[in-house]
Design a binder for this molecule. Structure first.
Ligand code: TNX
Length: 523
């Protein structure tokens, strides 16, 4: 009996030894980021000379009974745990020292997303007018800790932060990225990783391109063949895939917990081959014939039959189901590159579909071609290629989302040696991606016409998460800064140093970024 126990004890001891060896890096000295190295660059920074050290006894304090703040406190614990191993505790009593204090303050000049962060030798406070601001203050803390905080396994080090004060709020209300899950399908975990990237750079919008010629990616219960058949392939002929409504809701909730709104896009009347292949009655063809599923990368050849009442029933059903699982205010109806739709058919179609979106209590977003239609009050036009369309949209009272292909398409190649991506809108090196101002890019589209910036990643050539990372990084941090930080304080010459230092953060998170030669990367 005793022998057995001794053996069990020995086995356990050995196991612990092995585990320690595997997981723990030896104690290392880590570079402590300064307050002047943040991306996006804060509005106001006062750096100080001291240090705060985070440790296992640091408390997070929140006011009694505030569930939103409690959730942010829990989020802090989740993001700091893997690298530090700390099991930080939450308390509702203020602490004299060694705490991260979250509080809402009655300072509306911070706007709904701004925050004030103070780091002193004895602790951290984040104040905000709304919870979103506290969340962004937390992102700032993550960047102020040594880069190793981004690792997913234990690192033994001094978790020090430089002291100082930051007052910060965004320039634009909408800041985000698009992911095309139609040309190639990406599973829920990939989308969540993408969401985490956005959150880290204080972005608040995920635009999901859910349908295109090559695949239909969202379950619609009334029209089951859209996914049973229409989702079963992708560019190049792979197996494709789709999100069940439960999975989509899971994505939406994951995003919402990170203060990110999901904008679902169903592209129509063009870019609809997958739907047309699934349901013959959506086609104009006399005998209601469906085309085959499509796995190429041409655009502009498909159209819903705009003369056919069945099509409107279909669109209404789709928008209704989508609205029911989308808490955000927008439904995106595409409208781009409908070259196979006659203009006299396109306009009444887009007009009617807009009223269907309104009926669901949602605001319409369309690509810039939507300016050809009558625009409902509150409609947003997404500028991607045609400045005449976008100006027209402004004249019709719409606000603009800036997604200029030549600057913000993350599927554009960096240069002629890039293996992934396209280059129809030109090459977009990291400096070109960064060096533009949404408010001056297109004459007569001014600051007050613009709601924000969304950088799209189309996925004709993008197959894996590694591919996504290579195209998105390091351009995404720049788009986040363009949307968050005042243009007056931005320059490539200054930014490229911060981006170089940021190499450490990307490396710690195992991000497969493009190591542009224009930047001096710190490892
Ligand atoms: C244009 S941008 C498209 C997409 C393609 C993309 C490739 C837009 C509204 N339409 O269908 O995927 O170019 O860069």
């Amino acid at each position: 009996m005793l022998q057995r126990r001794l053996l069990a004890f020995l086995a356990l001891f050995l196991l612990v030894l092995v585990a320690c060896n595997n997981n723990q890096t030896a104690a290392t000295e880590q570079e402590i980021p300064t307050l002047n190295n943040l991306i996006p660059k804060p509005v106001q920074v006062k750096a100080d000379t001291g240090f705060f050290t985070l440790n296992d006894s640091t408390f997070i304090t929140v006011p009694v009974g505030d569930t939103a703040l409690l959730q942010i406190a829990r989020y802090i614990i989740t993001v700091l745990k893997p690298a530090t191993g700390f099991k930080l505790k939450i308390d509702t009593n203020p602490k004299p020292s060694n705490s991260i204090t979250l509080a809402l303050v009655n300072d509306s000049s911070l706007n709904n997303e701004g925050y004030e962060l103070k780091v002193s030798n004895s602790g951290i406070t984040i104040n905000a007018f709304q919870p979103a601001g506290l969340f962004y203050g937390v992102q700032t803390i993550r960047q102020l800790l040594p880069a190793a905080i981004g690792k997913d396994s234990l690192v033994i080090t001094n978790w020090q932060m430089a002291t100082g004060a930051i007052r910060d709020y965004p320039e634009y209300a909408m800041r985000g990225a698009m992911l095309d899950v139609a040309r190639h399908f990406f599973d829920v975990d990939a989308v969540k990783r993408y969401i985490d990237f956005l959150a880290y750079y204080k972005m608040n919008t995920l635009h999901l391109h859910l349908s295109d010629d090559q695949g239909w990616r969202i379950e619609i219960k009334k029209w089951p063949r859209l996914t049973e058949y229409g989702s079963t392939t992708q560019v190049g002929g792979g197996q494709g895939g789709f999100y069940t409504q439960e999975q989509y809701k899971d994505i939406v909730t994951y995003a919402a917990n990170r203060f990110i709104t999901v904008i679902p896009e169903i592209d129509m009347p063009g870019h609809t081959n997958a739907a047309l292949a699934s349901y013959p009655e959506l086609n104009c063809n006399e005998k209601d014939k469906s085309p085959k599923l499509y796995t190429g990368i041409e655009v502009g050849f498909s159209t819903l039959c705009t003369q056919n009442e069945k099509v409107y029933q279909f669109v209404d059903d789709v928008l209704k189901e989508l609205a029911a699982i989308t808490p955000g205010p927008y439904l995106h109806i595409g409208g781009d590159e409908s070259h196979a739709t006659k203009k006299e058919d396109y306009i009444p179609f887009m007009n009617r579909v807009q009223t269907m979106v309104k009926k669901q209590g949602k605001q319409v977003i369309g690509w810039d071609e939507i300016a050809n239609a009558t625009l409902q009050p509150g409609t947003l036009a997404q500028y991607w290629a045609d400045s005449a369309n976008s100006k027209n949209a402004v004249k019709k009272g719409a606000k603009i989302i800036m997604s200029p292909a030549a600057r913000s398409y993350m599927d554009m190649q960096y240069d002629s040696t890039s293996k992934l991506g396209l280059h129809w809108a030109g090459y977009i090196e990291v400096d070109k991606a960064y060096s533009w101002n949404p408010a001056t890019l297109v004459d007569s589209i001014e600051r007050n016409n613009i709601v924000g910036v969304i950088a799209p990643l189309w996925s004709e050539t993008i197959v894996t998460m590694n591919d996504i990372e290579y195209m998105v990084f390091p351009r995404l941090p720049g788009y986040a800064e363009i949307a968050w930080s005042p243009a007056s304080g931005r320059s490539w010459e200054e930014y490229k140093n911060r981006l170089g230092n940021h190499g450490r953060q990307m490396k710690a998170k195992h991000i497969n970024y493009y190591p542009s030669k224009l930047v001096d990367w710190k490892q």
